[in-house]
Design a protein around this ligand. Structure first.
Ligand SMILES: [Zn+2]
Ligand SMILES: [Zn+2]
Length: 138
């Protein structure tokens, strides 16, 4: 009985990560699942996230503004990170040739399996915010 509750919690944590595009933090996942499982602890969320990462069910985007961000979409895609608000956006375009892994593998005598591209800058919302506050002179 207890065990079933545990695996349902696990499933709820995974679904929370998969069900959003915001590339959440562990804290966000905790807040999202907590109403459903009031006895949930932040430690449980961290432990499950570590397991999901190991099992390849989710990806880590790295640390943004001091907090690690996660992605429930494990298909190859690139990211844009806003340095103002910390938003992590998906980029669906492909920027590298399909044979880049093969070219690099040959050149360095290694076996390249995957790559990640992260673009950084200021997102549209933050640009508009700074524009309008500039007009007000604030
Ligand atoms: Zn932003
Ligand atoms: Zn993503």
């Amino acid at each position: 009985m207890k065990r079933e509750n545990f695996s349902r919690k696990r499933q709820a944590i995974l679904e929370a990560i998969r069900g959003t595009q915001i590339h959440p933090t562990a804290e966000w996942v905790y807040q999202a699942v907590k109403p459903q499982y009031p006895d949930l602890s932040l430690g449980t969320v961290y432990r499950n996230i570590a397991r999901f990462k190991e099992d390849g069910l989710i990806l880590s985007i790295g640390v943004v503004q001091g907090q690690e961000r996660f992605d429930g979409d494990v298909h190859p895609h690139n990211h844009f990170i806003c340095s103002e608000c910390g938003a992590v956006l998906d980029l669906t375009e492909r920027y590298l040739y399909d044979d880049v892994h093969q070219i690099l593998s040959q050149k360095y005598g290694a076996q390249v399996i995957s790559h990640e591209l992260i673009f950084r800058g200021v997102c549209k919302e933050c640009l508009e915010k700074s524009k309008s506050s500039g007009q007000k002179g604030a």
